[in-house]
Design a protein around this ligand. Structure first.
Ligand SMILES: NC(=O)c1ccc[n+]([C@@H]2O[C@H](COP(=O)([O-])OP(=O)(O)OC[C@H]3O[C@@H](n4cnc5c(N)ncnc54)[C@H](OP(=O)(O)O)[C@@H]3O)[C@@H](O)[C@H]2O)c1
Ligand SMILES: *[C@@H]1O[C@H](CO)[C@@H](O)[C@H](O)[C@H]1NC(C)=O
Ligand SMILES: CC(=O)N[C@H]1CO[C@H](CO)[C@@H](O)[C@@H]1O
Length: 376
């Protein structure tokens, strides 16, 4: 038995060596050829296709809605904030979408997810793409957390909130030989301090969809988006705080982002849609996050040291990343919207108009951000 195990162990190590020494050198020219000559011809035509996007009320989901709209796709837009969705729907129609459906729902609820898929298929008679993008963020060290049970919400939204709509959409995607798109994150592939929960939910998502890709073969394409920092309500600082409450915390945002640049969401949208139409497996943008993954894979200890250096507050005071940010003024290079307009979309006006003022919509908006600790 030991010999049998050893035999397989040797075999696997030889296979790994062959991948590095033979497969990589041979496949690179082939990939370059495909990228230069085949990929540009293989772009999917989206005119009249039915596309369901979750988390479409702001940020990356909103931008993807506009990109799909410009290609003439029909849209079903899902998120909890109805008013914000209606605003996005109107703008999407203006940009060329022939038909836009607004479906307010909480994707962490299986029944609500099922209903969004059913209503989309009932309306358009088909479903060609599902973009599972809804997500919430949190930036705090684990030992600052004061209400641990509040963080199950992150898995409910980021992981289950992608899996539920995927489950109900899959038969329709198989019928249309469609595509699945999921917003994971560069944080799902490299260790980043202060984002233990977020990192875990994004890694779970990433592994889940990679497995699904292998199970589905060519029946349904799977594109995983692994963006780095991109302008959105998340990078405005909205997230679950250590107390378990959702709030906007620019301080924590600055400590997290430090010297890293934040990409413009419109650019990510363009790059992402290009990759989706070409059937790419991964889209990582801004591109500076691509080598990060390689470093994390080949030299995890280097990532570890950099994280310690950037984020450790052990010697008291602010993390190095934030201090460098402030000393050099790199924050001036953030996209305009992040510097000038910290406001996130709320449903306040609607409540006033309805005279309800029950705060449910506000809670929903606030529930996007879990804060690390009380009073922050
Ligand atoms: N921005 C970045 O730097 C970055 C980087 C890597 C990955 N990502 C990922 O990209 C995705 C989009 O995030 P974003 O950056 O665009 O942030 P965002 O502006 O906060 O957008 C998040 C979207 O998700 C929706 N959402 C949250 N919880 C929901 C729920 N329970 N049910 C339905 N919809 C829900 C929000 O709408 P409602 O509040 O109206 O429900 C909103 O439309 C997320 O999965 C995020 O993890 C972002
Ligand atoms: C902790 O968070 C959970 C889930 O959000 C909530 O039900 C509970 O009341 C919170 N506990 C405290 C002490 O705030
Ligand atoms: C800090 C942390 O937990 N990082 C992890 C993020 O997820 C990847 C898996 O994709 C792990 O390798 C990292 O260690």
């Amino acid at each position: 038995m030991d010999l049998y195990l050893m035999f397989h162990s040797v075999l696997m190590h030889v296979a790994a060596a062959l991948v590095v020494l033979v497969y990589i050198p041979l496949s690179i020219p082939v990939k370059l050829f495909l990228w230069a000559f085949v990929k540009p011809l293989r772009k999917e035509n989206l005119r009249g296709k039915a596309v369901l996007i979750t988390g479409a009320s702001s940020g990356i989901g909103e931008e993807l809605a506009y990109q799909y709209a410009a290609q003439g796709a029909c849209l079903a837009l899902v998120a909890r904030r109805k008013k914000a969705l209606e605003g996005v729907a109107a703008a999407a129609r203006e940009r060329g979408s022939p038909d836009v459906l607004v479906l307010p729902a909480d994707v962490s609820d299986a029944d609500q997810s099922r209903r969004t898929v059913e209503e989309t298929v009932a309306h358009f008679g088909k479903l060609n793409h599902l973009v599972a993008n809804a997500g919430i963020w949190s930036s705090c060290s684990f030992d600052e957390v004061t209400n641990i049970t509040a963080f199950t919400k992150m898995m409910d939204v980021n992981f289950w909130g992608s899996v539920y709509p995927t489950y109900y959409a899959l038969p329709h995607l198989k019928a249309s030989r469609g595509k699945l798109v999921v917003s994971s994150s560069a944080a799902g592939t490299v260790a980043t301090s202060r984002m233990s929960f977020y990192n875990a939910t994004k890694a779970a998502q990433l592994r889940f969809y990679e497995t699904l890709r292998a199970e589905l073969g060519s029946e349904v394409g799977v594109t995983v988006l692994t963006p780095g920092y991109v302008e959105s309500e998340i990078t405005k600082g909205k997230g679950i705080q250590s107390s378990g409450n959702v709030a906007v915390n620019e301080e924590a945002r600055d400590e997290q982002i430090g010297v890293f640049p934040v990409g413009r969401v419109a650019e990510l949208g363009e790059v992402a849609l290009d990759g989706i139409r070409a059937g790419d497996w991964y889209v990582t943008w801004p591109s500076l996050f691509r080598p990060l993954q390689l470093i994390g894979c080949l030299a995890p200890e280097v990532m570890h040291w950099v994280c310690r250096a950037m984020y450790s507050t052990r010697k008291g005071g602010q993390p190095l990343g934030k201090r460098v940010m402030e000393a050099t003024g790199v924050k001036r290079l953030f996209p305009e919207a992040l510097r000038r307009n910290p406001a996130i979309k709320t449903e306040d006006d609607e409540e006033e108009r309805d005279g309800k003022g029950n705060g449910a919509a506000k809670d929903a908006a606030a529930a996007n951000v879990l804060q690390c600790s009380e009073g922050s």
